[in-house]
Design a protein around this ligand. Structure first.
Ligand SMILES: NC(=O)N[C@@H](CC(=O)O)C(=O)O
Ligand SMILES: [Zn+2]
Ligand SMILES: [Zn+2]
Length: 430
């Protein structure tokens, strides 16, 4: 990591604006004409500059499960993935359901983070789904919480969801829903419901358990005039509901994970718990629809759902293993492979789906900004042609539940700059 306050990035492709130099001084972009001759340089010949990526959905596990991930290691993984901000989910121990808890995560992030750490506040106390957490106090805290989620659990009580939406409307907050009707897909559900779940003898997770909650929440967003965001959309049925809601002008946004864009139910055949994730991997036809929905904006953003788990929580029989997989480091690679290569998204589209839109949804003022003089210097330099075989042992994450291990994928992140500071650089610094 470099402590320099000045940096000249030479000859980067600025996507639609040709090749140019970017001069970074005191954490913001300044006029390259003002750069001195002895300033530290990054040669960006052949590299594309995108605004720093923003992840709406990261599990950092601190406080409580520092054996799986910490704020320091999780944000190092983020920097390696090209991210300059992550939304830290509330399902920690203790749960982020008070102003103090949110400020703690925020403060540790400022002290130890390699990216901006934005705490997500819980919707309900202890994620129990019964009583509202301190939404207003979290919003007014130093952490300035705007995104609230019981992620890991669904806010299944419609009345509680309605009250949460009414509450956060006043300060422009959003409720990020883990859409899983617990009566249709209980906590044991772990395989897309269909022929394969029957054959494998795994409890089924039907698409209807997701789509029905999203339809209900769209109606609640309409009723309250308040924003809903749908976490990790996994089915074609949910995409249909989102299209229906958007046609009616309902304020509901959605994200898709890298794994749901690339991996399918067939990974589960070998019962490898690395591929156990919630919601589960789906058949091909869903994956195709998810890609189209991300391309046309029905799904506005990619959210990694980076979910590190310690070995002793993951290495069990499939039904007993903890659900979740790593996502930060390979997210851009997977988006390039599944969206850019097939022509579904261009580089401006990647910037929209992975930086501008997530920053808008989370109401982040200093992220998802154009690479222009006066703007905060958050960017990722992308090498569009490099490839590598993913090695889970080369990860910055403390966990090894990496579904991309052994796969040949794009290796796009050449360097990441957050607030003018180089948080990751592929070239080892001499
Ligand atoms: N995605 C997962 O399978 N697991 C997440 C929780 C969640 O995102 O629902 C986790 O916290 O491990
Ligand atoms: Zn979830
Ligand atoms: Zn999650």
């Amino acid at each position: 990591m470099s402590g320099v306050s000045e940096l000249l990035i030479v000859g980067a492709d600025l996507v639609g604006a040709g090749r140019a130099d970017l001069y970074v001084r005191d954490g913001v972009f300044a006029d390259p004409a003002e750069a001195g001759s002895d300033v530290e340089r990054i040669d960006a010949d052949g590299l594309i500059a995108l605004p720093g990526l923003v992840d709406l959905h990261t599990h950092l596990r601190e406080p409580g499960r520092e054996d799986a991930e910490t704020i320091a290691t999780g944000t190092q993984a983020a920097a390696r993935g090209g991210f300059t901000a992550v939304l830290a989910m509330a399902n920690t121990t203790p749960v982020t359901d008070t102003a103090e808890a949110a400020e703690h995560v925020w403060a540790v992030g400022r002290r130890e983070g390699s990216a901006e750490v934005v705490p997500v506040g819980a919707v309900s106390k202890g994620l129990a789904g019964a009583e509202l957490a301190e939404l207003g106090l979290m919003a007014r805290s130093a952490a300035g919480v705007r995104v609230f989620s019981d992620d890991g659990r669904c806010v299944s009580d419609a009345r509680l969801m309605r009250r949460a939406l009414e509450y956060v409307r006043a300060f422009g907050g959003v409720i990020a829903q883990h859409a899983q009707d617990p009566r249709l897909a209980g906590s044991d559900a772990c395989c897309h419901e269909g022929e394969l779940s029957g054959k494998l003898g795994l409890p089924g997770w039907p698409p209807a358990a997701e789509a029905t909650i999203v339809a209900r929440d769209a109606e609640l967003a309409k009723l309250t005039g308040s924003r809903v965001h749908v976490c990790h959309v996994s089915t074609a049925e949910t995409v249909d509901v989102l299209r229906w809601a958007h046609k009616r002008g309902i304020p509901i946004s959605a994200e898709v994970t890298p794994h749901h864009l690339m991996l399918t139910t067939s990974e589960v055949v070998g019962y490898d718990p690395t591929y156990k994730v919630n919601p589960p991997l789906r058949p091909d036809e869903h994956v195709t629809v998810l890609r189209e929905a991300l391309a046309d904006g029905t799904i506005a953003a990619v959210g990694t759902d980076h979910a590190p788990h310690a070995r002793h929580d993951k290495e069990h029989a499939f039904v007993d293993a903890a659900p979740g997989m790593l996502g930060l480091e390979a997210a851009l690679a997977v988006v390039i492979e599944t969206m850019v290569k097939p022509g579904l998204l261009d580089w401006a589209g990647v910037a929209e789906r992975m930086s501008y839109e997530p920053a808008r949804i989370a109401r982040l003022a200093h992220q998802g900004r154009p690479l222009r003089i006066g703007e905060p210097a958050n960017l990722v330099l992308v090498d569009p042609s490099a490839r590598a075989v993913v090695d889970r042992n080369a990860s910055a994450s403390l966990s090894r539940n990496n579904p991309w291990h052994g796969r040949d994928l794009p290796d796009p992140v050449a360097a990441t700059v957050w607030r003018g500071r180089v948080t990751y650089s592929r070239e080892p610094k001499g």
